[in-house]
Design a protein. Structure first.
Lengths: 158, 753
């Protein structure tokens, strides 16, 4: 049984792996590379818990094949903090209790960071629609939206 | 000595503050390990074969081809899980639900399982298992299931709780009755009566993390289970009972849990994983897919509820009756009974009667879902109360205040209330600015009340003082939403040291005594009592150590702000000793310092909430938009107010989803048609507004700090609050939940015609 050889970049590091044709990028991240920060909530692209950045595009890694990552740049939750220094979104999520069980949190943070990079000053409505691809069952989203709003404020230096 | 948990007022230093949670960094960096994030060397992948039929006799299962496939290490059927339940019918139902024995009782019921070297091989093996079914007639609707002509799900089941006992079997497993007074007489003195049937559809807890575990059984009879669960001690007991293992030899370690809401209080695939591991002689990882979670874990009941309430012209309720039919799946449950108990718990009624019917259907076994059974009963009752207020020409808040239960009221389910929060939540709602917010065209406002018992239960904790004066609190209740933060606050409060000096951990089943699971809103309530008790025991030890250091009688030592202080004229000038000082000297004063606590946390204070909801209805499409939402709830004492708010908001959001979108849809073939998050639509961020919260604090007399459970009550009022808002916005009474656009349109059209 031979695998497909893939050379890719994950969180700035060169990574090589062999995978089967039917393996998703999420399977590869979790089962081959032990990057378990991306979660499988549905496997059908509905919950966003497996969100990663794929060549600068927000994707559900359960809908991408592992083989497709060849030559690409992947960013996962494991690469969001700079060493000990958390990204402002990570800090604000903790401060505002924007997580309860925390299973959806890695996906939310990836999507939230992407949203802020595309739109540094979103309205509440833009935040709500921007994060509508990520399901959270614990918080009712209130504290997630507030954590986002506070991050926007802080990043603007207000 | 038994711990005295009675309330005494005090000024808090740590409790009531809002520090960062201790597991926060792990959870925002992806390092926290959930059920599926754990692996063992040499592990196999387990998969379960499930019935595609709603009701079928299993004539034969041929696993020979699957067993021969290269890479397959074990194939099991019910024969590999022999019946060791010894006449315990509840346990037998769990066994039968984990792996069908004679009949498949719902679409998704497990019939066989495999363990193989990888997922691909395991999938191939499932396809090679041949099951010979004889398809039987099925019933999935709760009202159709009580029809005497309905197919029988358990052929020998005769309804319990009825006198005289029926002579023929039926799908009604049990009937329960609650109430007091004379309702016939009460209705005679009513000037206005509302009588209706209400329906709610089946919903799922919808936790984002599917069930996952890794099981490892050794040939010497010892075993390990890593699992996402709300109750690792309960899982240990169930699994040991079903597998015939010694309880003490099965160690269960709870992972971080990605949501549970009641759904992870029951074992589903864990005994199967253990049985596979036992047969294969290797660790087995078993993770459910989302489709399996919907089809084969435990959703809430579907219900059909008849309510009749009468009031006199002064606005006093004279009688109230509810007959409730709750679906249980194919096994007996006590879901309708919980509905019957909670229906009228908010009110002070002279004449009240509730009858609960537990109805078997060919759907997955019903499990607890956050304040199980109460939201549906509240939907029916609070809708009728609202309609009755309209008939009386009374403001619905004032009507409820007039009839609300208070301290000394005999509850509709029996006990007499102590100090309770229903009146205060209603008064707070009456004064809330939300009630004055302007409403536009096609917009309506609704409000509703809710009740939940809360639970205490068996609990134990151990508090260890470290050599540097910091402390570890080991608890046996799973942290589902931030309880390690609140328990750290409690320990900090008792010891008088900073929150940051406390580390709270959830201990595995081998390192701590038995704990009931995190259900009934008991996590923080019960473990905080055990933590207070353990901390006070540790403080006693530290006082003794200080007395020994000073060589003075321990009666002359007091504990103040994290220090042992010598008292009395003779010793008053001794410099006080900090936890750090005492801990550093522990090796010379008697060894390590710890406090333990084992107790039954009695006296969980009942909990009440009142919610307000504003909705806009599009009369052309039937689509709805939630405009504003407010939760007012009694917390007794909010230990970490931010996480209390989070519980209020989360419950409200789940309730809104239940009210507007969520439902299990079965085809005529008895198969679930929407077993994914695309078609079973839970609320997304853009569906909801901010959810305003107001925490009331009416101390629970049975907790040292006055704490009440806060986790569940918030899901009780929303179904009714949203339904009342939609009914007011659309000017038509909605009696069937969820109020999806087609249902609202149908109601509008029926009204027009």
């Amino acid at each position: 049984m031979s695998g497909i050889a893939v050379s890719t970049t994950i969180n700035g590091d060169d990574v090589e792996y062999l995978c089967q044709a039917e393996e998703t990028l999420l399977d590869v991240l979790r089962d081959r590379l032990e990057l378990t920060g991306a979660k499988e909530g549905c496997g059908t692209g509905d919950c966003g818990a497996c969100s990663v950045m794929f060549d600068g595009r927000l994707v559900c890694s359960c809908l991408v094949l592992g083989a497709e990552a060849d030559g690409c740049e992947i960013e996962t939750i494991e690469g969001m903090a700079n060493g000990e220094e958390l990204h402002p979104l990570q800090t604000k999520f903790i401060e505002h209790a924007a997580l309860q069980c925390g299973i959806c949190t890695p996906g939310f943070l990836i999507a939230a960071k992407d949203l802020l990079e595309r739109n540094p000053n979103p309205t509440e409505e833009e935040i709500r629609f921007g994060l509508a691809g990520n399901l959270c069952r614990c918080t009712g989203y209130d504290k997630i939206v507030r954590a986002m709003q506070d991050t926007v404020k802080e990043m603007k230096g207000v | 000595m038994e711990f005295d948990a009675s309330y005494s007022a005090k000024k808090f230093k740590s409790v009531g503050t809002r520090p960062d949670r201790p597991d926060g960094v792990d959870k925002v960096t992806g390092r926290a390990r959930y059920g599926a994030d754990f692996n063992m060397p040499g592990q196999l992948i387990g998969l379960i074969l499930r019935s595609p039929h709603a009701h079928a006799k299993i004539k034969k299962i041929d696993t020979s081809k699957a067993e021969k496939l290269k890479g397959v290490k074990a194939v099991i059927t019910a024969a590999d899980l022999p019946d060791l339940t010894g006449g315990d019918s509840d346990l037998y139902d769990i066994l039968d639900n984990c792996m069908a024995r004679k009949k498949a009782l719902y679409d998704g019921h497990a019939v066989a399982a495999v363990a193989a070297i990888d997922a691909k091989t395991a999938k191939q093996a499932l396809k090679l298992i041949k099951v010979d079914y004889k398809i039987l007639p099925h019933v999935t609707d709760v009202d159709q299931a009580v029809d005497p002509k309905a197919p029988l799900i358990q052929e020998k089941l005769v309804t319990g709780g009825v006198d005289p006992k029926p002579t023929k079997p039926s799908n009604i497993a049990n009937v329960s009755q609650y109430g007091h007074g004379n309702t016939d007489k009460g209705f005679k003195s009513a000037d206005f009566i509302v009588e209706r049937n209400y329906k709610t559809e089946q919903t799922h807890q919808g936790y984002i993390e599917p069930h996952a575990c890794v099981a490892n059984v050794s040939s010497d009879g010892s075993a390990d289970l890593w699992v996402c669960t709300q109750g690792h001690f309960v899982y240990r007991q169930n699994c040991a009972d079903l597998l015939g293992l010694d309880v003490s030899k099965l160690r269960v370690t709870a992972s971080e849990i990605g949501g549970g809401f009641g759904g992870k209080t029951h074992v589903w695939s864990e005994p199967v994983a253990l049985a596979l591991s036992r047969k294969a002689g290797r660790p087995v990882k078993l993770t459910m897919t989302r489709d399996e979670v919907f089809r084969a874990s435990g959703p809430a009941s579907a219900t059909s509820i008849d309510v009749k309430i009468g009031a006199d012209k002064n606005g006093v309720i004279t009688a109230a009756v509810a007959t409730l039919r709750y679906s249980c799946g194919p096994y007996a449950g006590m879901w309708a009974e919980l509905g019957a108990m909670t229906s009228f718990a908010c009110y002070d009624l002279k004449n009240v009667k509730t009858i609960g019917n537990e109805v078997l259907v060919n759907r997955p076994k019903t499990a607890a879902y956050r304040a199980p059974s109460a939201p549906m009963a509240a939907f029916a009752v609070e809708s009728a109360i609202d309609e009755l207020a309209h008939k009386l020409g009374m403001d619905p808040v004032k009507f409820r205040i007039k009839n609300s239960a208070k301290e000394g009221s005999k509850s509709s389910y029996g006990p007499v209330y102590g100090p309770i929060g229903i009146g205060p939540t209603l008064e707070a709602v009456k004064r809330h600015p939300h009630m004055k917010a302007p409403l536009g065209k096609n917009q309506g406002r609704g409000m509703a009340c809710g009740f939940w018992f809360n639970f205490g239960g068996q609990t134990c904790s151990t508090l260890n003082i470290g050599a540097d004066g910091t402390a570890t609190i080991s608890v046996g209740t799973i942290d589902v939403g931030g309880s390690r933060a609140s328990l750290s606050l409690i320990a900090a409060e008792e010891l008088g040291i900073p929150y940051k000096h406390i580390k709270a951990v959830v201990a595995d089943t081998s390192t701590l005594g038995y704990n009931d699971m995190t259900d009934g809103s008991r996590g923080t309530f019960s473990s905080s009592i055990a933590t207070i008790s353990a901390a006070r025991n540790a403080v006693s030890v530290m006082k003794e150590r200080a007395a020994k250091t000073w060589d003075i009688p321990v009666e002359n030592v007091e504990w103040e702000n994290g220090h042992a202080v010598a008292k009395g004229k003779k010793y008053g000038n001794l410099p006080k000793l900090s936890v750090k000082d005492i801990a550093a000297a522990a090796g010379n004063t008697g060894g390590p310092i710890a406090g333990h606590s084992e107790l039954v946390a009695d006296g969980a204070g009942v909990s009440f909430a009142t919610h307000i909801c504003d909705i806009e209805v599009d009369p052309e499409t039937g689509a709805t938009k939630v405009l504003r939402y407010t939760v007012v709830q009694d917390a007794g004492k909010a230990v970490h107010p931010t996480y209390v708010e989070g519980q209020y908001q989360g419950g409200a959001a789940q309730g809104i989803g239940w009210a507007l979108n969520e439902e299990y849809i079965y085809g005529d073939d008895g198969r679930l048609q929407n077993s994914g998050f695309l078609d079973y639509r839970i609320p997304v961020c853009s569906d909801l507004p901010m959810i305003d919260t107001k925490i009331l604090e009416i101390p629970n007399p049975n907790h040292p700090y006055g704490v009440r459970g806060v986790g569940e009550t918030s899901i009780v009022p929303p179904l009714a609050a949203v339904a009342n808002a939609v009914s007011n916005a659309a000017n038509v009474r909605m009696t069937h939940i969820p109020m999806s656009p087609p249902r609202i349109l149908a109601a509008l059209n029926a009204e027009k015609n």
